[in-house]
Design a protein around this ligand. Sequence first.
Ligand SMILES: Nc1ncnc2c1ncn2[C@@H]1O[C@H](COP(=O)(O)OP(=O)(O)OP(=O)(O)O)[C@@H](O)[C@H]1O
Ligand SMILES: [Mg+2]
Length: 453
Amino acid sequence: MDTILIVDDKKSMLDMLSKTFRPEGFRVFTASNVADAGKFIDQGEIEIVITDLRLPDGDGLDVLRAVRERFPLLPVVLMTAHGSIELAVRAVKEGAYDFVSKPFDPEHLLIIVRRALSEGMSKKENIILKKEFSRFLEMPEVVGVSWPWEQVMEKVRKVAPMKTTVLILGESGTGKELVARAVHHYSPRAGAAFVAINCAAIPKDLIESELFGHEKGAFTGALEIKPGRFELASGGTIFLDEIGDMDMNLQSKLLRVLQEREIERVGGTKPISVDLRIIAASNKDLQKEVSEGRFREDLFYRLNVFQIVVPPLRERAEDILPLADHFIEMFSRDMNKIKPVMTDNVKGLLKGYDWKGNVRELKNVIERAVIMCDSGELDTKHINIGDRFPDRLDPDASLHAVSDAAVRGAEKVRIEDALRKAGGNKSRAAEMLQVSYKTLLTKIRDYGIEGRI
Ligand SMILES: Nc1ncnc2c1ncn2[C@@H]1O[C@H](COP(=O)(O)OP(=O)(O)OP(=O)(O)O)[C@@H](O)[C@H]1O
Ligand SMILES: [Mg+2]
């Protein structure tokens, strides 16, 4: 049974609509002002709201806002009197599902309500999806003691409470996503969704409908209305990762979203307003991408409101050991092992290494070490680094062997990076690397690249 809330200050209207909906199998609640409506909405059982525009203690827009705040996907239909069409249009812009002008045929309202509810079904499925995307519940521990890292966290704390767009730049594996999550976590939106989108991993022909959603019948295969990730993130934070890899065409659409704060579903006719905090990240030099014509300048300026540069690990060597210790603890716990202690040699080795893959590389090295370590002491023999550095080769190696090792090392890093960007999708990674799928598979096997990137 569908539960409907009808809000109107006229008892005659409430009675008339109750008589329309009850026989149709609806459970009907009624309220005659904004405050009472709010109480019903808070209970969380309402599946659709119909509200009059003028109410004694406010208006239908207040009801709409109360709904959007608590249950962004709950449909709201407005009833308007003659002459208030403009307000109704504004309400639709603010996210109302639809409106009817008084006087109206109750049958017409019934049709709208049924349509809203059937679309709602697919939205509910999307709420489940939304839970998968949003990882706001698990804010991982952030470790760092160095001055450069302190500067990063200081910026995070300053900008978090604002709605300001944040652009996070830094090399691969430095912790950009972690910083993005921290911004969300310290913001008033912490309780709402954090939706991360890896712009490099979603195939080009799917990304528009992924981001903006689509209407039923927008293209072959679009059997249902599907809200996009921007819509799902409304009320929360959207994290556009690897923004430097976004297609030019999509860049202009994103620019529109940033300017208007509204989206249009593929095949849609009416814009839907979204309330979003936007965070973008890239390991590319975006300014250079702009000057070389691969990134829209206007979009760059829209994103570059507040910039946080996450420094590479080699520029904050003081963080290496605290991070290593943190990862040893984490993996020991995961693997049910007693936490081993690092020997001084290990400490020296870790501190002296240049960590081209930054924190992610350190994390991977430690994970392997904890797997290998069976005693209480983590020693250099457990640490597997440096395989890609020819200077660690046999001192008598031929030039040929040296250059071969260098190429293999560089290719390995690049392949791991592409696989990660492609979310583990090998054909997508092959596309990014401009090699055939078969070549990529061979190299993955040759270089012993692990399945989990
Ligand atoms: N300061 C930190 N404290 C604890 N863990 C960290 C820290 N920085 C990074 N990590 C961990 O290291 C890994 C890599 O970080 P993250 O994914 O945020 O990097 P990134 O900059 O987004 O990388 P990429 O550009 O490759 O996507 C993650 O597992 C993250 O949790
Ligand atoms: Mg990342």
